[in-house]
Design a protein around this ligand. Structure first.
Ligand SMILES: [Zn+2]
Ligand SMILES: [Zn+2]
Length: 284
């Protein structure tokens, strides 16, 4: 079975009902790996499971190995859900989480915050296992951060301004190379790590959204994120098999008709390759 990229959440901080917070699964030889855990991640994993991505398990119960791009809340407020819900559904193995500096403290705080629940479920009549609610969090540096028989995962620095420790990830499997940008302004590192990849999942904002909405300000967007024009330039250098946009903001695009996809139109002005705007539960 070829490696699959499952878009569990394509949204951003705005709580749109059809877009969960950022979360992407890479499924290799029936083993699922997860990047980011934005709000809604566990329910989207159930939706993907129901859609046929059975490797995830119901509610992501088969997820063991997780990578985090950065500690912004839109990428992490699904953390307690990811730790506890699949455990309650039967996960026995601890989660292995790789992420930026601060992930260890966040993990300890989450486990402490739900201490009463953990005690109740392990000590009372429930008798849940005591291992599946554990988390081994590791703080990573750029380079190869994980390797097993299915996949080699390389982290490289993103540029997300005050979020100094933030990463993009490259997954190399037997049949595919996949890059997930996380939140980032353009970086040379991303170009270097993405050349010739099969799938480039990249955040983007449209110039129209930037022009028409005051918040976030254009200056803020430039420092933290990647515009359609910048992404086209990146794609022309990288030449990915498929360019996939996610974590886009549509505020300010309302002026255009809903059937138009302004972001894709803007990218297509400068880039001739295959480009798709991802929706939740899309599979690439
Ligand atoms: Zn974000
Ligand atoms: Zn962010």
């Amino acid at each position: 079975m070829p490696t699959q990229v499952v878009m569990l959440g394509t949204g951003n901080p705005r709580p749109e009902p059809d877009r969960s917070g950022p979360a992407t699964a890479v499924v290799v030889n029936d083993t699922p790996y997860l990047v980011d855990f934005g709000p809604g991640v566990v329910r989207r994993m159930t939706a993907a499971f129901n859609k046929g991505v059975v490797a995830l398990g119901y509610g992501g119960v088969n997820i063991r190995t997780v990578f985090l791009t950065h500690l912004h809340s839109d990428h992490t407020v699904g953390y307690p859900d990811l730790i506890f819900t699949p455990w309650v559904m039967g996960r026995r193995d601890p989660l292995e989480v790789y992420g930026p500096k601060g992930i260890k403290a966040m993990t300890a705080h989450v486990l402490a915050a739900w201490e009463i629940d953990i005690d109740g479920r392990t000590g009372g009549l429930n008798q849940h296992n005591r291992t599946g609610c554990r988390v081994n969090a590791q703080e990573i540096a750029p380079g190869v951060v994980y390797r097993d028989g299915n996949v080699t995962v390389t982290a490289f620095p993103a540029r997300h301004e005050e979020m100094v420790d933030s990463f993009s990830y490259r997954f190399d499997t037997q049949d595919r190379a996949i890059v997930i940008s996380g939140d980032t302004a353009p970086t040379q590192a991303l170009i270097d790590h993405s050349r010739g990849c099969d799938v480039l999942i990249h955040e983007a904002y449209s110039m129209m959204a930037c022009r028409n909405s005051a918040r976030p300000s254009p200056a803020f967007r430039r420092r933290h994120h990647t515009s359609s024009a910048e992404l086209a330039e990146i794609a022309n250098k990288v030449k990915p098999g498929t360019l996939v946009t996610y974590h886009r903001s549509r505020i300010g695009e309302e002026l255009s008709s809903p059937e138009r996809d302004v972001l894709l139109e803007e990218i297509a002005r400068d880039y001739r390759g295959r480009v798709v705007a991802a929706n939740d539960l899309d599979i690439f």
